[in-house]
Design a binder for this molecule. Structure first.
Ligand code: NAG
Ligand code: NAG
Ligand code: NAG
Length: 313
C-alpha cells in the first residue's frame, strides 16, 4: 500500500512520455480505474482525485461565455477595466477542480456551480444600476476594490491576525475581503501573505479569484458545510438546520457567505441582487434560469453565523 503513490506517479510519468493510452493505474482504495488521459488542467494535479476524469470547467465554460457574463467590465466607465479576464479565472479554478469545484456530479451540476459562484462574484463587484446600458446585470467585475472605504476595517482585538501598521484592510477581490482577520485566514488558505499584502487582491486577478474560490470551497466554521457543499448536494441538513429552514441549494450559499446581511430578513435587495445574477448567468450559459434548483433564496433561513463577524463587512 505504501508504494501506491509511487506507482501512480510512475504510471503518470510513463503516460506523459507515451502519450494517451488506456493504461490502468491502481488507485488508493485498491480498485482498478482508468488513468485519466484527457486534458485535465494542470496535468498531474488530477492524480488521486476522484474527480479526475470528469469534465473540467474549460470543457463547458469557454472564453466567449465569460465575455457574455461580464460584458461591460472593460467599458471605459468600469472601475477595473483591463484587470479581469478568463485566463485568471480558469487558472485559479484549476487549483480547486481536483477538490470538486465545477467537476462534481457531471456537466450540468458543474455549469450550475460555475454560474452560482460567478453569480456571487458578479453581484459583489457590480456597478450596474437601474438604467445602466445593457441592464444592471451586465456590469459584474466592474470593481476590484472598494472605492471609498467608510472605515479602516482593523480589529485590534484579534491576536491571531493583528493589523500591520500602515496597511489597510478595505474590500478587495472577486468576493471582496474585508478586515485584517479575514485577510489573515484567507491568506493562509491560499498561501499568500495577505495580512502584510492585502493589495495583492487588487493587483493580481488570478489571486483575487483564488481567494474567492477558496472561500467558496472552505467551511467557515468547524462542523459547518462550505458553500460548495450546500450547493452540489454534499451536505445533509441536521434537525437544527431544518428547524432553521436551511436546506441545500443556492439560498444556503448566501447564508454561509453573508449570514444575516442577506438572509432571514425576507425578500431584501442585498439577497435578491445575488439571486438575479445567478439566474441571469444560467440563462447566458444556456442552462436556463428555470434550472436554478430548489431553495433558491434564504429569505426565511436563520443564519448559520449570526453577524458582525461574517466574512463580508
Ligand atoms: C463525474 O461525472 C458523472 C457524470 O458525468 C457523475 O455521475 C459523477 O458523480 C461525477 N463524479 C464525481 C466524483 O462527482
Ligand atoms: C499572480 O499570482 C500568481 C500566483 O502567485 C503568479 O503566478 C502570477 O505570476 C501573478 N501574476 C502577476 C501578473 O503578477
Ligand atoms: C441551533 O440553531 C440555533 C439558531 O441558528 C443556534 O443558536 C444553536 O446553537 C443551534 N444548536 C446546535 C446544537 O447547533
Amino acid at each position: 500500500m505504501r508504494s501506491a503513490p509511487l506507482l501512480l506517479a510512475l504510471a503518470l510519468a510513463l503516460l506523459a512520455v507515451a502519450g494517451p493510452s488506456p493504461a490502468m493505474a491502481r488507485r488508493h482504495k485498491g480498485e482498478e480505474e482508468k488513468a485519466c488521459d484527457k486534458g485535465w488542467e494542470g496535468g498531474g494535479e488530477c492524480s488521486g482525485s476522484r474527480f479526475c476524469c470528469n469534465d473540467t470547467i474549460t470543457d463547458y465554460f469557454k472564453v466567449y461565455q465569460f465575455e457574455d457574463l461580464f460584458a461591460k467590465r472593460n467599458d471605459p466607465t468600469a472601475h477595473a477595466a483591463g484587470f479581469w479576464d478568463y485566463k485568471a479565472f480558469i487558472t485559479a479554478a484549476a487549483l480547486f477542480e481536483p477538490r470538486g469545484f465545477g467537476t462534481t456530479g457531471g456537466k450540468e451540476v458543474g455549469m450550475r456551480e460555475v454560474a452560482a459562484f460567478l453569480g456571487h462574484v458578479g453581484a459583489k463587484t457590480s456597478c450596474g444600476y437601474g438604467v445602466a446600458t445593457g441592464g444592471p446585470l451586465a456590469w459584474g467585475l466592474c470593481y476590484n476594490h472598494e472605492m471609498s472605504p467608510s472605515q479602516s476595517y482593523c480589529d485590534n482585538s484579534n491576536e491571531l491576525y493583528p493589523c500591520v501598521e500602515g496597511v489597510e484592510y478595505y474590500g478587495r477581490g472577486a468576493l471582496p475581503v474585508y478586515w485584517n482577520y479575514n485577510y489573515g485566514i484567507i491568506g493562509e488558505g491560499i498561501k499568500q501573505d495577505l495580512l502584510n499584502h492585502p493589495e495583492l487582491l487588487e493587483q493580481n486577478a488570478t489571486l483575487a479569484f483564488e481567494a474567492a474560490i477558496w472561500r467558496w470551497m472552505t467551511p467557515m466554521k468547524r462542523r459547518q458545510p462550505s458553500a460548495h457543499d450546500v450547493f452540489v448536494g454534499n451536505w445533509k441538513p441536521t434537525k437544527n438546520d431544518t428547524l432553521s429552514k436551511r436546506y441545500p441549494g443556492f439560498g444556503a450559499t448566501m447564508n454561509i457567505l453573508y449570514g444575516d446581511l442577506s438572509c432571514g430578513q425576507g425578500s431584501i435587495d442585498s439577497m435578491n441582487v445575488i439571486v438575479s445574477h445567478y439566474r441571469h448567468y444560467l440563462d447566458l450559459m444556456g442552462v436556463g434560469s428555470e434550472n436554478a434548483g430548489d431553495n433558491l433564496d434564504c429569505a426565511d433561513q436563520l443564519p448559520f453565523n449570526p453577524s458582525s463577524k461574517s466574512l463580508d463587512s
